[in-house]
Write a protein that binds this ligand. Structure first.
Ligand SMILES: [Fe+2]
Length: 303
């Protein structure tokens, strides 16, 4: 088997300008978030940093891009339009898989004016429309995308999958496992405890961990935390690595970690999987993007 290489990046948080809430759009959770954007978050993310990360990914000539949410900031229509353009610039829809984050679902937005504009990047193999979770097989890898972005009350940033998605996810993971695929589950909100506060957590993460302990998965990818984390959750054959990427546009403002991305290489090693994760990013705002470290993991394949 040829090693399969993919990029994991997250939370690009494209600039909000020139948009700002208008008219009735002020009467929503967006107002507080807009103020928060004006006060601090717009200082935390820069187009220059995101451009440097994307340029570095391009030099690595990856086979696929896995993006785990939060293109937007306060879910304004203009953000979805510019987000669609940004996705098109990353690559063809078949080469880029996306799952929404909480900032892409801050308030309910009609599908056609919101997530629908990114549909091509969230449509599963053989599907004519977006349905979560989706599955896209690329080489030996099954990219499985679930949607944890749901509107929540002000000051909360929780995520939720819900019973219906959870049920389909169980079937999908089990089936992909039987087919011997390397299952990458993408969910914006981290699955392990303690990566983010409960105010920001996935409310049904315990149910998801229960499910994963039965079905297994080879790798879990997340964003949301704006810091890097590698945790392990229980799988049927051993621990499942759960990898969280910081924001790809972050300059390291306050508690945020400066921008990073993960170069993941999947290969076989006898009956097992060998996975290499190279962490690439910047040490500080004005530093070049370089290799910062990484892990080599050997994971048992489903029998
Ligand atoms: Fe985010």
């Amino acid at each position: 088997m040829q090693p399969f290489r993919f990029a994991h990046l997250s939370d690009p948080h494209l600039p909000l300008e020139p948009d700002r809430p208008k008219g009735l759009e002020w009467l929503s959770k967006r107002t507080l978030s807009y103020q928060s954007w004006q006060r601090k978050r717009r200082h935390a993310h820069t187009p220059a940093m995101l451009a440097a990360i994307l340029a570095d990914i391009r030099t690595q000539r990856v086979d696929h891009w896995a993006v785990t949410g939060d293109i937007a900031n306060i879910s304004l229509p203009g953000e979805f339009r510019r987000g669609a353009e940004w996705l098109r610039n990353l690559g063809a829809a078949r080469d880029v898989s996306y799952v929404p984050g909480n900032h892409d679902a801050m308030v309910p937005v009609p599908f056609a004016d919101g997530l629908g504009l990114w549909a091509d990047y969230m449509t599963g193999d053989g599907q004519g429309a977006v349905a979560f979770p989706y599955l896209r097989q690329r080489g030996p890898v099954a990219f499985i995308g679930a949607n944890s972005g749901v509107p929540t009350a002000p000051l909360l940033a929780q995520g939720h999958l819900g019973r219906e998605q959870m049920q389909r996810l169980g079937d999908m993971l089990a089936d992909a496992g039987r087919r011997g695929l390397f299952r990458v589950l993408m969910v914006h909100h981290p699955v392990a405890d303690g990566v983010v506060s409960s105010r920001k957590g996935l409310t049904d993460r315990r149910d998801l961990r229960d499910l994963l302990s039965r079905t297994g998965a080879e790798l879990l990818l997340h964003g949301h935390a704006h810091v890097a984390n590698l945790s392990m959750v229980k799988g049927p054959l051993g621990p499942i690595p759960s990898l969280t990427a910081p924001s790809a546009s972050a300059i390291g403002y306050r508690h945020d970690m400066p921008a990073r991305w993960h170069l993941v290489t999947v290969d076989t090693d006898g009956p097992d999987w060998r996975v290499q994760v190279e962490v690439r990013g910047v040490e500080r705002r004005d530093a070049p993007v370089t290799a910062l470290g990484g892990w080599s993991l050997r994971l048992p394949a489903m029998p």
